[in-house]
Design a protein. Structure first.
Lengths: 243, 496
């Protein structure tokens, strides 16, 4: 077996097997954790212990990453419309710059999060090894993302033609790695980083993303729980003894 | 009409001696775990004072409670519109510094210190970081007006008082204070419940106790800012919020909550009220000076056949209705009208009521003798050292009439009892005072009995729990434990 064949196998493993491993782990562990250890599904906020840097760390990070994830989702779901949008250079610039700003926001937030956890003694008390692993992987991921945005420009264009088909090939259970093997080294790192994030997801605090409180927006303000059927207990079978 | 039952409370401030026994009883049972050391589900404050967490009544700072504008009731802090923008960073959340950093002492130094000329000392260490700390504040740092320049003079209830009144409050030999014990009010229109993005907070249907489902809480911390009384707390260790559960495991087995049971001054009363839940929105939207009356209007007469019928139709057990008929809270709040809700202007409809204190000392020291300001035996409470406006800000949304009504009745009863037992007051004059205070001799006797001669059974009328109808019959009690705010099934440590 020569080196080329070895690389073929490696690529096959990284881009055709690994995604399924991470997805299976993600779904199985997330569901198992929700059912068996629902108590651990929380945002684990430490704002209570440190509230000075908190704003400058958590707000840019979350807004930044929402912009970025939103962009990736659009590229994945509607690549055709994305290409139409990008047909005008001005719109392409707007999209690229928005994405880059989102990436920089995320990175600024991440750096502040790390500094905050390093400098606040109280925040350190609630910082776990899992937190540091998550932060490292996220910094790697955002770093490779920003690098890609700067040095392999017009990502919003080539994402639609290379990444989106690749992701769809994964989703439709017919993985086609020919879309990713020719991509630059840093982009490949970014793809592998994404698998790492998805893999870590169910094991770490990232699960709080899965319990974002959307029903709040349409539920009634007050919640009452009845621990018995309050109409039924008045029927004859529940007739209460006289005292 | 939607009649529901609510376990509610009266604290008689005239009887509180500020001993903090209630706080200790609560702490020993519920909040001695890691992450909860700083929490005092029950705390006792000195008024005037800034309380715990400091300045909790300052809603410009914390944005607690509801506001009512043209468009109806809205949460001041993070309602539906604002939660999306504020979920990553709650701009109004108090931090540990607003409460205090819990500490213990390094006691082993007392034993292990090498022999020397100095007395060994036990230095304070933080219960959060384990490091030595300089203790600068505590949960009752301003007890008995300690540090009043920092604390008492910044009491938010001083708003609306004249400069002269404020100066008199802190003038030496005119100082005055009273104690203000606080637990969760288990409100009828709780802001904490309405603010919870996860729907983890809820009111128990059968008795109105407000609880936080520990399984559903995701630590978004909205309730902390939204509760204007600051009675939900963030457990920094588990990443979940916790609050007073009114000792419901004790209530369900017929015992009074720990803080009630242990109360040395016997200031606490507990009983069932029947109220009309359909009226909540309308009544909570009334103009500020009508809020106390509005809240009383919601509480319904448990002897009225129509109310009983509606209660039974709603599944309220006969034994609970019977409890409501014997409820000491109903008497103080509704029949006698001398117990008032704290800060009704927050519009949460608190179900803990306070009998305002008749501050006893109404005389001044002129250098040689104590000069009484009164014409008769008992002084006029309008000349009391504590301004009526202060009590009204605290207990009746600024409406002095309610406080004056309660104090006048209490004072008339004192005259009446003095006429009965000592005899140096004419009975005719005492009866006239009673009539002026909207009180009959029978009512005066009843108030006197329940205030001064009350037994355990008089003070705590706890409805039977009816376990045969309770959740234990239908759901795995172990599974259920965590959803009722305590009794965690998993180790309460921070998840990964």
């Amino acid at each position: 077996m020569n080196n080329v064949a070895l690389f073929d196998y490696l690529n096959l493993f990284l881009y055709a097997v690994l995604p399924y491993v991470t997805l299976v782990v993600f779904f199985l562990v997330s569901i198992q954790r929700y059912i068996g250890h629902g108590f651990t599904y929380t945002s684990l906020s430490s704002q209570f212990l440190e509230n000075k840097v908190h704003f400058w760390a958590l707000v840019p990070f979350h807004y930044g990453i929402l912009i970025i994830l939103g962009g990736h989702l659009i590229g994945f779901l509607i690549p055709g419309q994305l290409l139409v949008w990008n047909s005008s250079p001005l719109r392409l610039y707007v999209l690229e710059i928005t994405g880059l700003i989102g990436g920089v926001f995320t990175m600024v937030g991440l750096v502040n999060i790390v500094l905050r956890r390093l400098t606040s003694v109280k925040a350190q008390m609630v910082t776990t090894i899992a937190d540091w692993i998550v932060l490292s992987v996220l910094i790697f991921q955002v770093g490779t993302g920003i690098y890609t945005a700067v040095f392999h420009s017009w990502g919003s264009y080539w994402f639609a033609t290379s990444m989106s088909p690749y992701l769809w090939s994964i989703v439709t259970l017919s993985p086609d790695i020919s879309f990713v093997t020719p991509l630059p080294y840093m982009v490949k790192m970014h793809i592998l980083g994404a698998f790492a994030v998805i893999f870590l997801f169910p094991f770490t605090r990232l699960v709080h993303v899965l319990v974002v409180p959307n029903p709040y927006l349409w539920r009634k303000p007050q919640m009452v729980r009845w621990y018995y059927d309050r109409k039924r207990i008045r029927t004859t079978e529940f007739e209460t003894p006289k005292h | 009409m939607d009649i529901r039952s609510q376990i509610s409370m009266v604290f008689h401030l005239d009887k509180c001696i500020g001993c903090h026994t209630c706080s200790i009883a609560c702490k020993n049972i519920w909040t001695d775990r890691k992450g909860t050391e700083y929490m005092w589900w029950n705390n006792v404050e000195t008024k005037p004072g800034t309380g715990y967490p400091t300045q909790w009544e300052n809603q410009d700072k914390y944005q607690g409670g509801w506001k009512h504008d043209g468009g109806g009731l809205k949460l001041k802090s993070t309602g539906k519109g604002k939660i999306i923008a504020n979920i990553f960073h709650n701009p109004h959340q108090p931090t540990m510094d607003d409460y205090y950093e819990p500490w213990t002492y390094k006691y082993e130094d007392l034993f292990n210190a090498p022999e020397g000329t100095d007395q060994p000392t036990a230095r304070p260490i933080s219960m959060v970081t384990g490091e030595f700390i300089q203790v600068e504040a505590g949960p009752n740092w301003d007890d008995d007006l300690g540090g009043s320049e920092v604390y008492a003079q910044n009491d938010p209830n001083l708003e609306g008082l004249s400069e002269e009144q404020k100066q008199q409050l802190s003038a030496i030999e005119r100082l005055v204070f009273f104690y203000f014990p606080r637990i969760c009010n288990h409100c009828l229109n709780p802001a904490c419940v309405a603010s919870c993005p996860s729907g983890a907070l809820y009111k128990r249907g059968e008795d109105g106790i407000v609880l936080i489902d520990q399984n559903r809480c995701r630590g978004w911390r909205s309730c902390i800012a939204a509760c204007p009384y600051k009675k939900t707390y963030y457990n920094w260790q588990t990443g979940k919020s916790e609050k007073c559960i009114l000792c419901f495991p004790r209530l369900e087995s017929g015992q009074a909550p720990a803080c009630f049971h242990s109360c040395v001054g016997r200031i606490r009363y507990l009983g069932v009220l029947l109220y009309d839940a359909d009226m909540i929105d309308e009544m909570a939207s009334k103009p500020e000076n009508e809020l106390v009356d509005a809240q009383r209007d919601m509480i319904k007469d448990p002897f009225d056949p129509k109310i009983i019928e509606a209660a039974r139709a709603n599944g309220i057990h006969d034994s609970v209705i019977k409890s409501a008929q014997k409820s000491p809270v109903y008497k103080y709040v509704k029949e006698w009208g001398i117990a008032l809700p704290p800060h009704a202007e927050y519009r949460t409809m608190p179900m803990l009521f306070y009998v305002p204190p008749m501050l006893p000392v109404m005389s001044s020291f002129d250098g040689e003798t104590v000069k009484t300001l009164a014409e008769g035996i008992f002084p006029d409470f309008d000349k009391a050292r504590i301004p009526m406006k202060f009590l009204a800000n605290l207990l009746s949304a600024g409406n002095e009439n309610h406080v004056r009504y309660a104090l006048r009745k209490e004072m008339a009863i004192r005259h009446y009892r003095r006429a009965l037992t000592v005899g140096d007051i004419e009975m005719d004059a005492a009866l006239k005072l009673l009539t002026e205070a909207d009180c009959t001799p029978e009512q005066a006797d009843a108030i006197y009995d329940l205030t001064s001669l009350c037994t355990f059974e008089d003070r705590f009328v706890i409805p039977p729990a009816h376990r045969e109808e309770a959740i234990q019959m239908t759901r795995d009690p172990l599974e259920h434990k965590q959803s009722v705010g305590f009794g965690l099934r998993e180790e309460p440590k921070r998840g990964a």
